[in-house]
Design a protein around this ligand. Structure first.
Ligand code: ARG
Length: 601
């Protein structure tokens, strides 16, 4: 334990001595440089949720097929005059064919066409933003007050500048001899993920003349010669360094907000290292993949807060201004579609009861405490643990099983004490064993295997009423070092004493584990866990069993599989677990995506 702590402190001291400590760290320190190498964008489902018309495959959001959209909704029209049954259908079609862009909610009317143009600039890439909405006869300007980089990025992409906006709030002069009506302007609000400005919400407001109109310079090759003070977005755009990790999607592809150690300004840091605008906190929609932006919210008060916020926004400038809503709120529609998507049930115990509290140093479990825990019996002995993940599938360690021996195995579910079998216990025969094709018995790399249980005769599925599947983590960012997690199993005690009843113990996830196992630890594939004094650890016989972690909503994930470790319960040698999140795609390839995909099947 002492060794661990000293090393850690030493490391922290080294890394913090690089800069003088001030209240606001310099922006480059906010950014995790190693993370940037992954080139994450708004389509990286390791960092963000996919759109409801997309699904997450191999870490990227890819287009769903339109027929997978929820059926109910109102029709929408595209710029090429085609009608779709819902916004989701249109967006999923657009995802496959990007020229099919959104025009308006409702039917396609002959006269209606959305149009956006930039006026009074010196080039085609800049000017004051003018818009003609469907169902409105006159072209109108956009109010400066509503205009941010978020909206400007959408407008520029819509105009054919794929990297979005370069700057806003430049001065463009409307020639004095032009008499244009600027008593009203269009207030616009975008989420920042729209592909057309037509998807944003427009309301009519009173304007304060030419000065109050929105403008933009779109990003072109000539703009923004990079300096060492600039941040390079994944889409190739350069933005000022100090605008990274501020919650504002300045890049347009969100790449400036996805690798953050901290956030500046008006932003909230998700545990997954993503900065989101403070307004997204407690707004009813989960934005952090780890869920904490919507926990601890005062449910009854928040709609009121939102209303008040909207009002104070209008009040700025004296009296209340009446506003005229001109377009449908497609962002609300997007949220509604999201809420209609099927949800997977995993990681939540059927009934919760108080744990009575001793694996090495653990405590005995009670019926229903670890409903995903299974025992693997090979012949007469319980040799390993396993984790139920749904359907007929059990996850275990590769070193526990051999495909050719499948008929010797039995899966015991809901077992507590194998000397005194409890009534909930059920025994399943095994149909098939799949060992990871890159499992290496010498290095313990890819120590993961799947067991398919046999269905009872005449049954179509494995109905395990005595078990609950643990959720399979789809992102390596769901849990972090120092998070508290639980191990369980029938493995030996420290003194190598035999154990007959299921035991459990709490451990911490440990980072930088190569310091304990030089040249033996593979960060991407393995995860260390243990306690400072080594009092809690997995041991011989626990292999294949679960290391589970709970998220902020008390949903349980199988974060690791008991794999190896030097001795048992020695602080200088923590337990090593197979990092399950690294194998999401391998697992889903074998068991089928719908069985384990919590978000967007
Ligand atoms: N390989 C062991 C087994 O077969 C698991 C060892 C885990 N060891 C540890 N110190 N965490 O059961």
């Amino acid at each position: 334990m002492k060794i661990t702590h000293l090393l850690l402190l030493f490391y922290l001291n080294l890394s913090s001595s690089k800069c003088v400590s001030v209240s606001d760290p310099p922006p480059q320190d906010l950014v995790d440089q190693k993370c940037l190498l992954n080139q994450y964008t708004h389509r990286s489902c390791n960092k963000v949720f996919c759109q409801p018309w997309q699904k997450c495959v191999d870490g990227s959001c890819v287009c769903k097929l339109p027929y997978q959209c929820p059926k109910n909704g109102t029709p929408v029209c595209t710029t090429n005059g085609r009608k779709y049954p819902t916004y989701c259908h249109q967006k999923s079609f657009e995802c496959l064919q990007p020229q099919t862009k959104f025009s308006n909610n409702g039917t396609c009317t002959a006269e209606g066409k959305f149009n956006i143009s930039l006026r009074y600039g010196n080039t085609k890439a800049e000017g004051i933003v003018q818009v003609k909405l469907v169902d409105q006869d006159e072209e109108m300007f956009i109010c400066k007050k509503s205009w941010s980089m978020t909206e400007a990025n959408v407008a520029c992409v819509d105009l054919g500048f794929p990297q979005g906006a370069f700057v806003i709030r430049r001065r463009f002069n409307i020639p004095g001899n032009l008499r244009i009506n600027t008593t009203k302007c269009l207030h616009v609000h975008c989420r920042g993920i729209e592909t057309s400005l037509a998807e944003c919400t427009f309301t009519k407001r009173r304007s304060n003349g030419y000065q109050g109109l929105a403008d933009v310079v779109c990003y072109t090759q000539d703009e923004g010669s990079p300096t060492n003070q600039s941040f390079r977005c994944v889409n190739g755009k350069h933005i000022p360094q100090e605008r990274a990790c501020n919650g504002v999607n300045e890049c347009g592809d969100q790449s400036d907000e996805l690798c953050c150690k901290d956030c500046q300004g008006n932003a909230f840091l998700c545990k997954s290292g993503v900065c989101i605008p403070n307004e997204y906190k407690c707004n009813g929609e989960v934005d952090c993949i780890t869920g904490e932006d919507e926990t601890g919210c005062d449910e009854t008060r928040h709609p009121q807060i939102r209303e008040n916020l909207a009002r104070s926004d209008q009040d700025q400038g004296g009296e209340t201004e009446e506003t005229e809503i001109l377009t449908a709120d497609m962002d609300t529609e997007r949220q509604r579609i999201k809420s209609l998507l099927p949800k997977l049930s995993c990681g939540v115990k059927r009934r919760t009861h108080i744990l009575r509290k001793r694996v090495v140093g653990g405590k005995p479990a009670e019926v229903g405490d670890y409903p995903w825990q299974v025992a693997i019996k090979d012949g007469e002995r319980i040799t390993c643990g396993g984790i139920y993940i749904g359907g007929c599938w059990v996850l275990t360690a590769a070193h526990c099983v051999r495909p050719s021996r499948y008929h010797n195995y039995q899966i015991w579910t809901a077992l507590l004490d194998w000397l005194k079998p409890n009534s909930q216990l059920r025994v399943q025969a095994v149909n098939r064993v799949i060992v990871h094709e890159k499992y290496n018995g010498t290095t313990y790399q890819n120590d993961i295997a799947l067991i398919e249980m046999k269905k009872y005769s005449g049954k179509k599925e494995c109905e395990l009423s005595n078990s609950v599947p643990a959720c399979v983590p789809w992102s390596p960012y769901l849990f972090q070092p120092k998070d508290k997690c639980i191990i369980s199993g029938w493995g030996r005690e420290k003194d190598n004493k035999k154990v007959y009843t299921l035991r459990w113990g709490e451990v911490n996830l440990i980072g930088n584990c190569s310091q304990f196992y030089p040249n033996r630890y593979y960060e991407k594939e393995m995860q260390c866990a243990g306690t400072d004094d080594g009092s809690i650890d997995a041991c011989k016989g626990d292999s294949g069993g679960p290391l589970v972690c709970k998220d902020v909503n008390n949903v349980t994930y199988v974060w690791g599989i008991v794999s190896w470790g030097e001795n048992c319960g020695k602080p200088e040698f923590p337990g090593v677990y197979t990092r399950v999140a690294n194998y999401f795609d391998w697992i889903s390839y074998h068991v089928g995506r719908p069985l384990i995909s919590q978000h967007n099947v």
